[in-house]
Ligand binder design. Structure first.
Ligand SMILES: Cc1ncc(COP(=O)(O)O)c(C=O)c1O
Length: 401
């Protein structure tokens, strides 16, 4: 069927974190202004309806109207869950995984948190490569581990971020460094690391006994013409844990649909011993099976729409605000935008965008406290008419062009 991503859908008063939760934005210090007129294009949450197979599966759950403890166990009926997950990764990523290697988790950040707790001790160093998804830092600090940052480098100043392998190896070699949180595809820079890059990171981590926890939540949201490979497929499973999810792919983050893949038997054993056993809810189990078995048609149409949205935004800035530097992301639906050529402070940029234009983005320092000032992150999974309005409002606040 043909999906309509241009549909106008009002998400106010639905407990939407993006549209309704003024408080969370204020608590996070994202913006002092948040009202009915705010256009929130800051967070990785899509304003599109889910695909029809998910809707059908969830209706079947409410028609049955029993919401007891829910388990997905290999063999028996639970095998349908694993078959759906295994089939997806085989078809979409040519990655072979087995049911016994899949562990359900209530969301990807919860999965990362339980990996940190299962494999490291308070005080241990956890590597990240900033700019990176803000909660990586928060989760490391809240679990009383230390942030070890190896900044990504933009050598040519054109928004193409790479690992600085010399620095990466030096940080991995620190005796306290025990884990590397890889974000692949990378949020916010939109990089899809090549096989060669992934192999280099894996080799360095293995050399220094650093466990890789790969967050591949954006792995299905790939620009046409690009290819994404899971690091455990490229480098082999030894010393690697992969967090996969349907949350971004199918816009069901509220259902917390995450599967951890652990193919290294020793790691799987430790994880099972140390981490809590987590049950999905009946909606999550049903949605996972429906989406992974029948959601590809919707996803293909979504990817086309997102590609066009990204081009639309880039073209708009090129024409109306050419000082903003944006590199077309290889994956994700995220734009990492460099406003530094305006010569304004971060507060001045935010005043214009957040306060005056009343458009909510996320500001660079959240992703990189040291180097992020002057950058803003935009997420584009919304109808083009709303994006257009947001961009026009922003441009009106930058009369210098
Ligand atoms: C890289 C990355 N990891 C994790 C998450 C959060 O995932 P979850 O809602 O499954 O915890 C996000 C959400 O934006 C993300 O971009």
């Amino acid at each position: 069927m043909k999906y309509d991503f241009d549909e106008v859908i009002d998400r106010h008063n639905t407990f939407s974190m993006k549209w309704d939760c003024r408080e969370i934005h204020v608590i996070l210090g994202i913006t002092p202004r948040f009202d009915e007129d705010t256009i929130p294009i800051h967070t990785a949450d899509m304003d599109f309806r889910c695909c029809e197979p998910i809707q059908r599966a969830l209706r079947a759950v409410t028609d049955h109207n029993i919401y007891g403890y829910t388990g997905v166990f290999p063999g028996g009926y639970g095998q349908t869950y694993y078959d759906a997950v295994i089939g997806w990764f085989k078809r979409r990523h040519d990655w072979d995984i087995k049911a016994e290697e899949i562990v359900y988790a209530n969301g990807t950040m919860e999965a990362i948190r339980s990996c940190i707790e299962a494999f490291t001790e308070p005080g241990d160093g956890i590597m990240i490569t900033r700019p990176v998804y803000t909660p990586f830092t928060g989760t490391i600090l809240k679990t009383r581990r230390e942030v070890v940052n190896s900044p990504l480098v933009d050598r040519e100043g054109n928004g193409f971020y790479e690992v600085d392998y010399e620095d990466f190896e030096a940080k991995a070699a620190l005796p306290s460094t025990k884990m590397f949180l890889l974000c692949s595809p990378q949020n916010p820079t939109g990089r899809i690391f090549t096989d060669e890059e992934l192999l280099k990171m894996a080799e360095i981590c293995r050399r220094h006994d650093v466990l890789i926890v790969a967050d591949e939540i954006h792995g299905d949201l790939i620009r046409r013409g690009n290819v994404f490979h899971p690091i455990a497929k490229v480098a082999g499973p030894e010393g690697i844990i992969t967090c996969t999810a349907l949350n971004k792919t199918f816009n069901i983050a509220g259902l917390q649909a995450t599967n951890i893949v652990i193919q290294d038997p020793a790691l799987l054993d430790t994880y099972r011993k140390n981490a809590n056993f987590v049950l999905p809810n009946p909606f999550t189990a049903a949605a996972t099976v429906a989406a992974y078995n029948e959601g590809e048609e919707w996803l293909e149409q979504l990817i086309d729409y997102l590609d066009d949205n990204i081009d639309f935004v880039i073209d708009f800035f090129r024409e109306h605000m050419p000082k903003v530097k944006i590199r077309r992301p290889e994956g994700t639906y995220i734009l990492w935008m460099d406003f530094r050529d305006y010569g304004l402070t971060g507060d001045e940029i935010r005043e214009r965008i957040y306060e005056k234009a009343n458009v909510m983005l996320e500001s660079g320092p959240q992703f990189d406290p040291e180097r992020g000032e002057g950058f803003e992150r935009m997420c584009v999974p919304t109808r083009r008419s709303l994006l257009k309005e947001a961009l026009e409002r922003i441009a009106a606040q930058f009369p210098e062009g």
